[in-house]
Design a protein around this ligand. Structure first.
Ligand SMILES: O=C(O)C1=C[C@@H](OP(=O)(O)O)[C@@H](O)[C@H](O)C1
Ligand SMILES: C=C(OP(=O)(O)O)C(=O)O
Length: 421
């Protein structure tokens, strides 16, 4: 059941320090790599939210040992994977795209399904790729059934990854365990969210896997063991953005502690993006501190590389002075919902002026009024509504529970941030 939530308005500039939970993208990659590794691994400070708990549950159902360490860590003990198993992908792109390539190494039948919205997310590309690499799968989208044979020949496959970088990442993460490794060749419009593929490549190399990514749009993973490791999960920089946006839209100051000096997370771009909107941003020993200006200025911005930030950028744009043009994110129509359509509809519902383009949105600020902001079961739609609600009275978000996808307690964190003035 969905839970409507009255977004609190800020009674002045927001001043707070907000520790954010671990990265979804790093946690779910680490879980898969640890499950396929040559010994037990530990994930320190993993994200424990719906997406990562679903990944852990799915791996457990295939026979992998995942237990809680005393300090919130996860201890992962690999074991030969087997069915029968039923995997609930929820609405998690990382589960539905990263797990089938791993489950192809299992013996037995594995049935995959997910939320209603998940059944419409693009999956055909990765299922066809796995079939080309030797897997036996019935279906083109969720739900589908994989008949595991205990291994996969692997080899070279050409795919069109323009709908999601996760097709590439999924194949690379398990590819070292295929008999011939894997070579993924992309042929199509540009691959979105490329830094997320670089994150995959980096984490594979850190686990001792040989990866050649020297040629654009070609990735080669050599067959071989994946080393067991200690994983230190960084804070989720994309999930930091709504809290930093609270400083941006109220002229306040928010610090995110533990901001990594170097990272593969595309969310690192939030610093530059907020500066372009007119904020000042500093990284020092305290973390990343963002100070909001008197008035945000609209931006012309290509978000192809960090497309998951689009809903938050739209919330800022709706409250800025001057037009914002967001480009390069056509594929986010296949994210948790059609985000281009959803963002335009919700900004306009509150009296704003947002127009869909083929690959993004144009937002012309107008005074907004209260109303019920629909989240479409999408965590980042929900947090975008919360940002607007800070400065527009009477905004409610229809499904704040959707935020548990990647943040265990968003309403609690938001309240603590506002209480800290
Ligand atoms: O690999 C990952 O962890 C992700 C890749 C991106 O997906 P797309 O390439 O589908 O945008 C990103 O938007 C998503 O939130 C997480
Ligand atoms: C696109 C996103 O998620 P997913 O991993 O489900 O694709 C997101 O978190 O913005």
């Amino acid at each position: 059941m969905t839970q409507q939530w009255s977004a609190p308005t800020a009674d002045g500039p927001v001043h707070a320090t907000v520790p954010v939970p671990g990265s979804k993208s790093i946690t779910n990659r680490a879980l898969v790599l640890a499950a396929l590794a040559d010994g037990p691994s530990t994930l320190h400070a993993p994200l424990r939210s719906r997406d990562t708990k679903l990944m852990a549950a799915a791996l457990r159902s295939l026979g992998v040992g995942i237990t809680d360490g005393p300090d919130g860590s996860w201890l992962v003990t690999p074991s030969p994977m087997h069915g029968p198993a039923a995997v609930d992908c929820g609405l998690a792109g990382t589960v539905m795209r990263f797990l089938p390539p791993a489950a192809a190494l299992a013996v037995g039948e594995v049935v995959f399904d997910g939320d209603e919205h998940a059944r419409t997310r693009p999956m055909g590309t990765i299922l066809d790729a796995l079939r080309a690499l030797g897997a036996d799968i019935d279906g083109e989208a969720l739900p589908f059934t994989l008949h595991g044979k205990g291994g996969l020949p692997g080899g070279e496959v050409t795919i069109d990854a323009s709908a999601s970088s996760q097709f590439v990442s999924g194949l690379l993460l398990s590819g070292a365990r295929y008999e011939s490794g894997v070579t993924v060749v992309h042929d199509g419009k540009p691959v979105p969210s490329l830094p997320h593929i670089e994150m995959t490549v980096t984490m594979l190399r850190e686990a001792g896997v040989a990866v050649d990514d020297a040629t654009p749009n070609v990735w080669r993973v050599e067959p071989g063991p994946i080393a067991a490791r200690e994983y230190a999960v960084e804070p989720d920089l994309s999930n930091a953005m709504p809290f930093l946006a609270a400083a941006a839209v109220t002229g306040g100051e928010v610090t995110i502690p533990g901001w990594p000096a170097a990272t593969t997370q595309p969310g690192a771009a939030v610093k530059d993006i907020l500066e372009r909107f007119g904020c000042t941003a500093t990284v020092d020993a305290r973390g990343l501190t963002v100070r909001g200006p008197d008035r945000l200025t609209g931006v012309d911005i290509d978000l192809r590389d960090e497309s998951e930030l689009t809903p938050t950028v739209v919330a800022l744009a709706a409250l800025a002075q001057g037009r914002t043009h967001i480009r390069g994110v056509a594929h986010i129509r296949g994210h948790e919902t059609d985000r281009i359509a959803a963002l335009a509809a919700e900004v306009n519902r509150l009296g704003g002026d947002a127009t869909e383009t083929e690959d993004g949105l144009i937002i012309t600020p107008r005074p907004l009024h209260g109303g019920v902001w629909q989240a479409y079961a999408d965590h980042r739609m929900a947090t975008a509504g919360a940002i607007i609600g800070l400065v527009v009275a009477g905004v409610a978000v229809d499904d704040i529970g959707s935020t548990t996808k990647t943040i265990p307690d968003f309403p609690g964190m938001w309240a603590a941030m506002l209480g800290a003035r």
